[in-house]
Design a protein around this ligand. Structure first.
Ligand SMILES: Cc1cc2nc3c(=O)[nH]c(=O)nc-3n(C[C@H](O)[C@H](O)[C@H](O)COP(=O)(O)O)c2cc1C
Length: 329
């Protein structure tokens, strides 16, 4: 049997399938089932600052204040948050951590620099193995340049890293102009890994009611191509662990992620669509592929199809647009 073990930010994982931050972690029983079906690790759903603030103030007051700082707070990128408050979240993270043996990571989405540090510290005290910074900001303010937004993220990462002694991953949105440059800045700020990429629910418009509608739409396997390309481009160019996320739906997708250079993958939609037992199917498919190709460990093929390893290094950059376009009837 091939050895599927890997590490994520120095934390040993028995395999590279990490259950992504999602509603799966709402129930300790589900987290236990993820472990039973073989998951390598799990990220607990983010603690959003709306939850935290709900302890001290009314939701309406908070949303009004927060909208001036982060327009994201007003939009529903995730299903309705249950306003349990910061303290409840910490207790629940601690309970989840104790319930399983696999590594457990927490995720934080705060607004103000002070609260990033404060809640990162509290999460670290729950005994989690690492922290994921879920930073997302809709750059809707025409007065704020992209470089300023990047600086805010880099500063948050640097201050969180100073405040905690557990590894810190940064889950990035794909909407940055120079992802490679940002990754280097995050590395200099002390981050241990980047998760490429987060996926956001975009609101649509109901034309009957002429109103905004937020609906849960799971990812499709086609969405794998964007993170795959970026992992392949960044592999060998950064010391950060590259964790591929969005569009991983099969064992074959995991193979692609590893060939591109990922240390591990994160999976959510495929588990909502197929159920938690599907974790073992994906892992078995990875095992079988490795067996068929004579690989006994992930290191033997990780990064084998990254940009630095392939014969046509421009394949990931220009992606042969001309040939493809000309070939269309
Ligand atoms: C129901 C649901 C809840 C989610 N909640 C969070 C969250 O709390 N924090 C976060 O960073 N990502 C959250 N996500 C995003 C996932 O972690 C993941 O980044 C995204 O779904 C892309 O992976 P996938 O293609 O495997 O679904 C959520 C996704 C789903 C489907």
């Amino acid at each position: 049997m091939a050895d599927l073990s890997t590490t994520y930010m120095g934390v040993p994982l028995k395999n590279p399938l990490v259950v992504a931050a999602s509603a799966i972690s709402n129930y300790v029983d589900k987290v236990k089932r993820c472990e039973e079906f073989g998951a390598g690790a799990l990220v607990i759903r983010s603690l959003f600052e709306e939850q935290i603030q709900h302890d001290d103030t009314t939701m309406a007051d908070f949303l009004e204040r927060a909208a001036n700082i982060s327009p994201e707070i007003h939009s529903s990128f995730y299903p309705p948050i249950d306003f349990g408050g910061g303290r409840e979240h910490m207790m629940w993270v601690e309970k989840t951590r104790r319930a399983v043996a696999m590594p457990i990571f927490a995720s934080l989405n705060a607004v103000t620099p002070g609260s990033w540090v404060n809640y990162a510290r509290q999460l670290a005290e729950t005994g989690i193995d690492g922290l994921e910074i879920n930073y997302y900001y809709v750059a809707a303010d025409p007065n704020v340049p992209g470089s300023e937004l990047e600086k805010r993220l880099v500063d948050i990462v640097a201050s969180v890293k100073q405040a905690v002694d557990i590894p810190v991953a940064v889950k990035l949105s794909p909407f940055y102009t120079s992802i490679a440059h940002l990754v280097k800045q995050l590395e200099a700020a002390g981050a241990d890994a980047v998760v490429l990429f987060n996926r956001f629910l975009q609101p649509t418009i109901d034309i009957q009611d002429q109103a905004i509608v937020n609906e849960m739409v799971y990812s499709t396997p086609q969405e794998l191509k964007l993170p795959l390309r970026w992992v392949a481009l960044l592999y060998g160019r950064t010391n950060l662990d590259l964790i591929l996320n969005t569009g991983v739906h099969t064992g074959a997708d995991m193979v692609k992620a590893l060939l591109a250079g990922a240390k591990a993958v994160q999976v959510a939609s495929a588990l909502f669509i197929n159920g938690l037992p599907y974790i073992s199917t994906m892992l078995l498919d990875l095992q079988n592929w490795m067996g068929e190709h004579g690989y006994s460990s992930l290191d033997e093929f990780r990064g084998a199809v990254s940009q630095q390893s392939v014969r046509d290094p421009f394949g990931f950059e220009r992606a042969q647009y001309m040939q493809l376009l000309l070939a269309q009837e």
